[in-house]
Design a binder for this molecule. Structure first.
Ligand SMILES: C[S@@+](CC[C@H](N)C(=O)[O-])C[C@H]1O[C@@H](n2cnc3c(N)ncnc32)[C@H](O)[C@@H]1O
Length: 195
């Protein structure tokens, strides 16, 4: 399954550069209002790096992880062109053993690719171990996906140990891998319940 996904992403990324376009303005606004000095951000499923590059431009220390070798390579090439330094990891976020903790975790259009509620649950538990106290996780995902129903309910559930900071909608018409269409995404920011 992962192998198949990796192959599809590698193929699409090779065919079309910067296929996801520019970062959503809501994501840009959220991070531009934060103090980036000495702050570590993990970009989960960083794709071709549109968000990682923006975050590094803002001055955050950025670590990007993606299944796609091509995506990580393209992101690092674009970072070099801008004289930015971003740590890129080709790996599976559900399996990778992180050795540091993060002030922010960004999960833009990735949750729905985990395919099952169990994987999303596992992911959220794992992220709790690598987010710093008072750290925040920003998640964007399509509302038509069934993961929406689940992710909507994750906050305020004691077993998940996350609490909602904010929730909003992102409505955009944009070009994604050559196709222009309307998208509706949910954007949730959550943090550890017990800090
Ligand atoms: C729809 S793309 C979004 C890319 C990027 N976040 C953006 O918004 O431009 C989803 C990305 O998540 C990656 N991905 C999916 N499952 C993953 C996993 N378990 N570990 C790491 N990356 C994963 C895919 O390889 C793909 O590049």
């Amino acid at each position: 399954m992962k192998m198949k996904q990796r192959t599809i992403e590698n193929f699409m990324y090779t065919m079309i550069k910067n296929g996801f376009g520019e970062p959503y303005k809501e994501v840009e606004e959220y991070f531009s209002n934060k103090d980036s000095k000495n702050k570590d951000v993990l970009d989960v499923g960083s794709g071709q790096g549109r968000n990682s590059l923006m975050l590094s431009d803002f001055g955050f220390n950025v670590t990007s992880i993606d299944l796609s070798r091509v995506g990580i390579k393209q992101m690092q090439e674009r970072a070099r062109e801008r004289y930015l330094s971003i740590e890129g990891i080709e790996g599976d976020v559900l399996e990778y053993e992180f050795t540091k903790r993060f002030d922010y975790i960004l999960v833009d259009m990735v949750l729905h690719t985990f395919k099952s509620k169990e994987n999303v649950q596992f992911f959220l538990k794992k992220m709790r171990h690598i987010i710093k106290n008072n750290g925040e996780m920003c998640m964007i995902f399509p509302i038509e996906d069934e993961v929406y129903e689940y992710a909507k309910g994750i906050v305020n559930k004691t077993e998940e140990q996350w609490v909602e900071v904010s929730s909003s909608m992102i409505r955009v018409t944009h070009k994604m891998f050559g196709l222009t269409r309307k998208f509706e995404f949910a954007m949730y920011v959550i943090k550890n319940k017990d800090v």
